[in-house]
Design a protein around this ligand. Structure first.
Ligand code: HXC
Ligand code: NAP
Length: 277
């Protein structure tokens, strides 16, 4: 292959984004919209869905939206069916609906824990399970939106840690089961992304934002577009041999931290004679 037009590869595809009415998920939809894809979204609140459809149209998409709570299988199935009737078989199915709040495990009721597991993990199962029937097969692609919490046990995030770890394992299981059926399944782990509800909840002060930036090897927040570009790639023919991958798009944020000797070694290096540098 001498050259490849990634944007053109999405033209005319039908992309469905669950939880697509705001934030990173809407940002992914907008990247596909700018490439000429048809983009459908669902989330709980009809007014937010309607606003998202307008934003997607402004970005160039033939857009469609419907209200559905991903915790409710019948609602998910109905909205996916309607999207297929409106815009054709789904080429790219993205599951990004999520909920989060900061609380220690001892400050969570069983229902609080269950609520996030139901949105993030059961919701992802519902979207994938109900969506399979409406995919264009072979060739369609499923993408789950995971989080760094799937890999590291963040304090005050017991619900999200457990749910997103489950999302990653579910994605890998679907990759194994659906590969022979012509459907690739991957997940994206976004790092800290600017202008999102997630980071507003996790890092509400400038001091916390600074900590999040400095804990990221590339020393900055990512953008919604950067997550959209990763989804565009995973859904494209360039990624036709990629399935079961959990792709961090995070400026290195999920890499293990520096070894315990990190600071001591840096000081030793600073003190070393110039010939050693
Ligand atoms: C302890 C809490 C709580 C808190 C809610 N609960 N907030 N417990 N501390 N701060 C408890 C409630 O008391 C209740 O338990 C249970 O959780 C369910 O709460 P509801 O308000 O009834 O739930 P619901 O209306 O379904 O709303 C779900 C939600 C809400 C998750 C609580 O915040 C929401 O709708 N969030 C969607 C938007 C969002 O969170 N976006 C960020 C995604 S970012 P009881 O026992 O009282 O009944 C993300 C990861 C980011 O996912 C990663 C960044 C690196
Ligand atoms: P967001 O804007 O709050 O996005 C969450 C979306 O999910 C909203 O559109 C919301 O719309 C929808 N939603 C919530 N509960 C739902 C339910 N029960 N059924 C259907 N839809 C539901 O948050 P965000 O920060 O952009 O996060 C988006 C995704 O990226 C999430 O999967 C999150 O875990 C992941 N992530 C975010 C970051 C970050 O830096 N922000 C980092 C890593 C991973 P309604 O309210 O209308 O339902």
């Amino acid at each position: 292959m001498t050259s490849f037009d990634l944007a053109a590869s999405a033209r005319g595809k039908h992309v469905f984004v669950a939880g697509g009415s705001s934030g990173i998920n809407l940002g992914i939809g907008e990247v596909f919209a700018r490439c000429g894809a048809k983009v459908s979204v669902c989330s709980r609140k009809a007014d937010r869905v309607a606003a998202a459809v307008k934003a997607l149209e402004a970005a160039g998409a033939e857009a469609w939206g419907g209200a559905a709570d991903v915790r409710n299988y019948a609602e998910v199935e109905a909205v996916l069916k309607s999207a297929k009737e409106a815009r054709g078989p789904i080429d790219v199915l993205i599951s990004g609906a999520a909920g989060n709040f900061v609380a220690p495990a001892l400050g969570m009721s069983s229902n609080a824990f269950r609520t996030v597991v139901e949105i993030d993990l059961i919701g992802t199962f519902n979207v994938a399970r109900a969506g399979f029937e409406f995919l264009r097969k072979p060739g369609a692609s499923f993408i789950a939106i995971s989080a760094p919490q799937a890999l590291h046990p963040y304090a005050y995030q017991a619900h999200v840690n457990a749910a997103k770890a489950g999302v990653d394992m579910l994605t890998k299981t679907l990759a194994v089961e659906w590969g022979p059926l012509g459907v690739r399944c991957n997940a994206i782990i976004p790092g800290p992304i600017a202008d999102t509800e997630g980071m507003a909840r996790l890092a509400p002060t400038e001091a916390e934002r600074k900590l999040a930036r400095e804990g990221t090897p590339l020393q900055r927040y990512g953008s919604k577009d950067e997550i959209g570009y990763a989804a565009l790639f995973l859904a494209s023919p360039l990624a036709e041999y990629i399935t079961g991958a959990i792709l961090p798009v995070d400026g290195g944020a999920v890499l293990p931290g520096p070894g315990r000797l990190g600071d001591a070694m840096k000081q030793a290096y600073e003190k070393a004679a110039p010939r050693n540098r």
